[in-house]
Design a protein around this ligand. Sequence first.
Ligand code: SF4
Ligand code: SF4
Length: 130
Amino acid sequence: MLLLQQIYGRTLIMAIIITEDCINCGACEPECPNTAIYEGAEDWRYKDGTNLKGDIILSNGKDVNAEEFQMPISDEFYFIASDKCTECKGFHEEPQCAAVCPVDCCIPDENNVETEQELLKKQGFMHKPD
Ligand code: SF4
Ligand code: SF4
């Protein structure tokens, strides 16, 4: 499977990134269970579509405020906030954005490699019940 890499016997999984081949169709955005996909030039928040509130420390050690607007990652095409992408772990068997994208431009992000356990922890943290 394209989204998994076997390295030194460990299965590594990557967050997904949208490439510049994106045609801005918008099909992926409503499919994301973590609200990690935004239209180009749109500000985004950690709290969108999650239970995150106030000051939080992410599993990667980043200190952020869930309610503050963050700068867009792309001004030209749809983008994924990788801190919120769990490769759909905990919700679906496969990345939903990649499954619906008509031009196959949702691909593994080699700069964001996480284990399945890390992704599930991230998913649990974002959607912890009140
Ligand atoms: Fe969202 Fe899943 Fe795509 Fe990540 S892989 S951006 S969680 S739809
Ligand atoms: Fe871009 Fe693919 Fe999402 Fe359409 S489905 S907005 S082409 S990434």
